[in-house]
Design a binder for this molecule. Sequence first.
Ligand code: FAD
Length: 322
Amino acid sequence: MLPNFNHVRPATLPEAIRALSQPGARAHSGGTDLLGCLRDRVFEATTVVSLAGLAELKGIERTRDGSLRIGALTTLAEIARNPEITADYPALAQGAAAAASPQLRNQGTLGGNICQRPRCWYFRGDFDCARKNGELCFAENGENQYHAIFGGHGCHIVHPSDTAPALVALEAIATLAGPKGKRRVPFSKFFVLPAVDHKRETVLAPGEILTEVVIPKAPKGARGSYRKLRSRGSWDFALTGLASSIVFEGNKVERAILVLSGVAPIPWRVPEAEKMLAGNPLDLTAVRAAGEAAVRGAAPLAQNSYKIELVKGIIEEALLAL
Ligand SMILES: Cc1cc2nc3c(=O)[nH]c(=O)nc-3n(C[C@H](O)[C@H](O)[C@H](O)COP(=O)(O)OP(=O)(O)OC[C@H]3O[C@@H](n4cnc5c(N)ncnc54)[C@H](O)[C@@H]3O)c2cc1C
């Protein structure tokens, strides 16, 4: 059962920021993640602040410089079927289409998808783990088959979002509005590793709202995709996924950005793998070298070393398909 909380629905951004700056206030977009967390007592809320009335968070439009602005309240279903996103930013459209189930994509928003809390069963369960009020990461010596093989440091969650890796690969920028005004943060700097702070997943400060995502104009010769591997074909979170953004010069790769999902506490960029592609045709030799480079430095736990092979496999499969 949901606990009791106050519910407010501000009509303007300043009002929403004021409401969210109060201790114990939580933002509510589609509610598909928030309400489950409150019901399961993952965290508490004294006030739930609905963002649904905020016009600034709505709509998809081209800006004058050819970038695409997507309001944070845009649903995953709208993103998956938007003609400009499917044509120019297929990695994002495919990430949105791969998330959750049709019902959840109709209700869940881009902002909520990016800011959703981790799915680790210790964090979500009745455990006072390091990400809550405790000191231990129970996955370290516990059931860790779905946990991180990169970037775990006292907490081994994986980042659950299927759109966030695409936004990093597309060099998108978040606009955040809070008590101190607006700021723009590239998605490459938006997510927080446990080594920096294991209590939060993003740089959002108290009272701050993610209002929009801006994706730069796609460069000439750019291609990309999001491929996701999961345990079952219906809805499920990624065991691993790959968002790619590759600029071709003739038949050679000029520049590649590769970002993995399901393997680290943040969308995990693999620069050493990207270097293996630059200057080469996207052939079997290059993609296999990229796969090997991507997993160098992996630190699997007792039950998740299978993810190393998944990463190599998804890089080969997704890039050859491009
Ligand atoms: C059964 C199930 C399966 C799922 N499968 C997947 C999956 O495969 N892939 C995937 O990526 N996701 C998955 N999800 C997660 C998620 O619920 C949805 O993807 C959805 O996009 C979340 O959006 P929302 O608008 O409902 O977020 P909400 O539930 O409203 O919010 C989620 C969190 O983000 C915060 N928040 C929301 N909007 C903002 C904002 N604009 N600014 C700042 N903070 C904000 C909230 O306070 C809350 O903590 C799944 C969820 C469920 C229940």
